[in-house]
Write a protein that binds this ligand. Sequence first.
Ligand code: AP5
Length: 218
Amino acid sequence: MNLIFLGPPGGGKGTQARIAQDQYGLVQIATGDMLRDAVKQGTELGKKAKEYMDAGQLVPDDLIVNMIRERIEAPDCANGFILDGFPRTVEQAKALDRMLDDTGRKLNAVIEIRVPDDELVRRITGRFTCANCGEGYHDEFKKPQKDGVCDKCGGTEFSRREDDNEETVRSRLTAYHEQTAPIIPYYESTGLLRVVDGTKPIEEVTGDLTKILEEVSG
Ligand code: AP5
């Protein structure tokens, strides 16, 4: 099963993709995580991407498309993948179509997780992740069961993203509405688009998503 999780910054793409990958044995391909790794490692890609990411702008399409092409051709993606954060422009969506055609693969669904803007700032500014396994948490909506200890791996170090401040979030939301939202009608016209209400609690969003995935995997 090959899926796209689409939605605004803080909409819950990463949270739901991590759950679905475990449930269905898929690989989560999160372009934001891949770029942050490249920045950390100081690669050429990381050096080019950093200034865009710090400003809350999209990284140029050609850099992203090359990165994704290599990733979806890797052997671990043979059973299927969840694209989390890609495509983010119509150009990227068209490039993905060409890549899938070239490798004889198809998308099963594009899931839009819909959340209004005012909710997103609160979500993003309260977010933190386990520094060891990457599990995501929130100060208010998803605290670790034991304070200061990761539920998943027992790690005790946590980190917050540099771009998770209110000013950068506003720029990321502008980029989403101007550059990413136009891909919604693109996928609607192919019949692949499904929408879930991302304002519900995490478990309820997972339930709604599971129903869709059961339908499209059959
Ligand atoms: P990226 O890392 O992809 O960030 P993003 O799209 O801004 O998305 P987020 O990771 O912030 O949100 P999410 O939807 O995953 O939310 P999460 O599940 O964590 O991209 C970062 C940057 O990289 C971009 O700005 C750009 O510069 C660059 N980039 C990446 N891909 C690119 C591309 N394809 N082209 C060009 N540039 C690219 O949830 C957020 C918080 O809310 C968490 O704390 C979570 O616990 C909580 N939460 C989740 N669901 C719920 C719920 N239902 N109720 C309450 N709380 C919830």
